[in-house]
Design a protein around this ligand. Structure first.
Ligand code: ANZ
Ligand code: ZN
Length: 819
């Protein structure tokens, strides 16, 4: 037997796959299609163990589906724009494009070494104009449709480096390079109107309940955050106009004792003109990070605006405050404060001596607001609420909303937590936003004939400031409308834009438009595999983009193409010593070393065997060894057996029939754990178990046993092919089989072979185990009952008792009820 030497074997098999284009998918599927996709990587430089896991899982699925006879398309590419390239360029003095392309070349080699069944002819990197030009094209289309708009919004500004910082470049409130405290700045940015799709993105989740993890669906629902409530208007006491608030608790309207507006609210800014103290407060609110999480945890602070509003139903005057926890971007940027029934308002009222008025009564809850020690947020009955007294608070919501609406001071509304997606980045390494600023015409989109706006790649970065800003060749441009000297937009797009539609472009990577008919043919993705860290942003943006593509006519509006990903598998992390493998913890295992030493098949088999795909996987050197030893054993077994199986005789001895049953039980078990649920670890365990049984067949065994052994080895090789494809390919040939194993049909368990001649039944008397009996598997209930009662041991147990009833669970158990 030749030694198992994975390095040579795998190289040869990969060469063959490449020469024969084994995994190239047809342009348009003709049979049943299966689109398998793993989240494409950021070209950071090195493959890590998380990648290996992600791609091994997706590839096992792709290979299995291919063996089921489906036309499988599994592409791969590069999510190639982003900040790390700029950071690396600053550190190593390389151009970001060069750094990115070098990394891609290296990582492509690593992926190829893993033997993943990709159709490499579809590969692309998102930083190439052939890709991002369509993003620019779509941007202009959406601008024309009003789905892209400009809005003033806040960014992190580094006053020393004179640059905008991404959130991840702010460390403890300071710039990552300068160490200077970060300031907030308001600048004009572009937004994608994802909120126009909020309702559809929410209801679409219901159609995914079969194919997506419940956890991800819940996270998306919460992120979209639909709230039903009311918009209520509070007229200003001494001037025209109203302050609008959004509330989910209109039932508490009679308990509102003040209003609070966001520090960025126009009324707060206006009031600050007459109060230096207020102006100073608003200025303080401007500092600090812009993230919502930090706003939630900071100390609640506020300041009065020195003006009043009228209560919409009673006319009573209420003071208006500004508070640092009111978000300008949510609802109306203002809240009616009900300290008795909202804990945040309660704490604020106590801190600043504002009145507390209870209006919901429930058992054990104080009715005197001032005596409360915390807000009561539960349900109850209204009181202190005039004509609404006595209503259940849930009921009161619609009554009070109606009363407000009757006065023209509000209506029922739905609010979403979801905000429009700000896609402007003041960064260099990204897709240029195709807009031009003209002193006469304002902002003008780049006409289609002038697309793409190509990102220059020749700069050597010296500081974090985008080199586009200082490059007149890029910025100076004639206005497409009036011809005047104008300035090109220097902001680039959020890199999440690229990953929002790449899955569709893979279907038609060379299309002369953004997408062509092939996208409709291949989409949706049948199985998407990736990390749960993308549960919200990426997966929500892609669902949004898929609908945008539909609504500009690039995907059919047939209901079957609304969602991009039919099934989603979120794989668990790779852990070592109980914590996530990461560079910062210094506990990484380099996959390259693993592959160099044991080969790709061992790496793949280990990673799929060590845990179910969705669960965390604990790294173990001995389990890697175990996978390697198993492949060695299997290699020897097939070689010792050779390629000349005797034919399977019509009649099998009992031993041969038993072994054949084990073979088909294994096929059955592996198949059941593959279809739909992908319990690879269980499947692989079954393969290993059968291998051990087959190893026990002696070389000089009778012909029928040898024949079954041959059948078993062929089955095992097929079953192993999705996990350890290289060795399977070679052993398939060794077994005298022709054709590529990856395109061979998945084995089917033979019902006849599975059938067992006898079954062991558990015999109980009054529910207590008494005997076990071997009976013919096809015996009917009457004969089972007769044989059980006639059994001498049973007759002994039943002596002096009367049999009342015999309950039979076929194939399993007989319970004799006697007394
Ligand atoms: C009065 C009230 C009484 C409220 C009460 C709650 C309890 P969700 O469920 O997240 O939609 N709110 C409204 N706009 C806000 C803003 N821009 N910034 C901060 N808070 C805001 O939350 C809706 C509730 O959050 C609203 O209902 C409002 O407070 C507050 F017993 O109005 B409520
Ligand atoms: Zn112009």
């Amino acid at each position: 037997t030749p030694a198992y030497s994975p390095q040579e074997l795998e190289a040869a098999v990969q060469q063959r796959w490449q020469d024969q284009q084994t995994f190239k998918a047809s342009a348009r599927p003709s049979g049943e299609k299966f689109y398998a996709l793993a989240m494409f990587p950021y070209p950071s430089g090195q493959l890590h163990m998380g990648h290996v896991r992600n791609y091994s899982i997706a590839d096992a699925i792709a290979r299995y589906q291919r063996m089921l006879g489906k036309e499988v398309m599994q592409p791969m590419g590069w999510d190639a724009f982003g900040l790390p390239a700029e950071n690396a360029a600053l550190k190593h003095g390389l151009a970001p494009a060069q750094w990115t392309m070098d990394n891609i070349a290296h990582m492509r080699g690593q992926l190829q070494r893993l033997g993943l069944s990709y159709d490499w002819s579809r590969e692309f990197a998102t930083c190439t104009p052939d890709y991002y030009r369509w993003e620019q094209w779509l941007f202009v289309k959406l601008w024309e449709k009003g789905l892209v708009y400009q809005k003033l919004s806040t960014v992190n500004w580094d006053p020393v480096d004179q640059t905008v910082l991404a959130n991840e470049q702010v460390v403890d409130g300071c710039g990552w390079r300068s160490g200077a405290p970060v300031e907030r700045r308001e600048i004009v940015q572009y937004f994608l109107r994802i909120t126009a799709y909020a309702e559809e993105l929410l209801s679409g989740l219901d159609t995914l309940s079969e194919g997506w993890p419940e956890q991800v669906l819940t996270m998306q629902r919460n992120w979209i955050g639909r709230s039903e409530g009311a918009e209520i208007h509070f007229p200003l006491a001494t001037s025209d106009g109203v302050i609008k608030v959004f509330t989910t608790r209109p039932d508490t309207l009679m308990g509102a004792t003040y209003l609070a507006v966001a520090p960025e609210h126009p009324l707060a800014i206006q009031a600050a003109e007459n109060s230096t103290e207020l102006a100073a407060f608003l200025e303080r609110c401007r500092h600090g990070s812009v993230s919502e999480a930090s706003i939630e945890t900071q100390e609640k602070e506020g300041h009065p605006l020195g003006l009043n509003v009228q209560h919409p139903l009673t006319g009573v005057e209420l003071p208006v405050w500004t508070a640092n926890f009111v978000l300008m971007g949510y609802g109306e940027g203002a809240v009616m404060s009900v300290p008795a029934h909202d804990q945040r308002d309660f704490e604020f009222a106590r801190k600043y001596g504002l009145p507390i008025r209870a209006v919901i009564q429930a058992e054990g809850v104080a009715t005197d607001g001032e005596a409360m020690t915390e807000a009561y947020t539960g349900s109850g009955t209204l009181f202190n609420s005039g004509t609404f007294d006595g209503l259940a608070n849930d009921e009161a919501k619609s009554h009070i909303t109606a009363a407000v609406a009757a006065r023209g001071l509000g209506q029922k509304t739905v609010n979403f937590r979801l905000r429009d997606w700000g896609i402007s980045r003041q960064r260099y390494w990204g897709t240029p936003i195709p807009m031009i600023h003209c002193p006469h015409c304002g902002v003008v989109p780049v006409p289609e004939r002038d697309l793409p706006v190509i990102l220059p790649t020749h700069y050597q970065l010296k500081d974090p400031r985008s080199p586009l800003l200082d490059d007149p060749e890029f910025t100076q441009v004639a206005c497409p409308q009036c011809g005047a000297a104008a300035r090109r937009e220097t902001d680039t797009m959020d890199t999440f834009v690229e990953s929002s539609w790449y899955y569709a472009r893979f279907a038609c990577p060379d299309a002369e438009q953004m997408l062509d008919q092939r996208a409709a043919d291949w989409l949706p993705v049948d199985q998407y595999v990736g990390g749960v860290e993308h549960a919200v942003l990426h997966l929500l943006y892609a669902r949004f983009f898929n609908r945008l593509l539909r609504d500009v006519g690039l995907l059919p509006a047939d209901g079957a193409h609304d969602e991009p990903f039919r099934h989603l598998l979120t794989q668990g992390m790779v852990l070592k010593d109980g914590s996530k493998m990461s560079k910062s913890k210094g506990n990484t295992v380099d996959p390259q070393g693993l592959i160099d030493r044991y080969g790709a098949d061992t790496a793949r088999l280990f990673i799929l065997f060590a845990a179910p795909p969705e669960q965390h996987l604990e790294w173990s050197d001995s389990a890697v060894e175990g996978a390697y030893r198993f492949l060695n054993r299997f290699w020897r077994l097939v070689h010792e057996y050779g390629a000349t199986p005797p034919a399977l005789p019509a009649e099998l001895s009992a031993a041969a029939a038993d072994l054949r049953r084990a073979v088909h039980q294994c096929i059955d078990r592996v198949s059941r754990n593959m279809s739909g649920r992908y319990h690879f670890n269980v499947a692989i365990a079954a393969i290993m178990e059968l291998t051990n049984s087959l190893m026990k067949v002696p070389a000089d065994a009778p012909a029928d046993l040898r024949a079954v052994l041959g059948e078993g080895l062929r089955a095992l090789t097929l079953l192993l092919a999705p996990f350890a494809p290289h060795i399977a390919e070679v052993l398939w040939e060794k077994l005298g089989q022709s054709g590529v194993i990856g395109h061979t049909s998945w084995p089917v368990a033979d019902a006849g072979a599975l059938r067992c001649d006898t079954v062991t039944l558990v015999i109980q008397i009054n529910g207590k185990l008494r005997e076990r009996m071997d009976l013919p598997a096809d015996a009917d209930n009457a004969s089972v009952e007769q044989r059980v009662l006639a059994d001498p041991a049973m007759q002994h147990h039943l002596e002096g008792k009367t049999v009342r009833k015999v309950i039979i669970v076929p194939g399993r158990l007989v319970n004799v009820v006697a007394g």
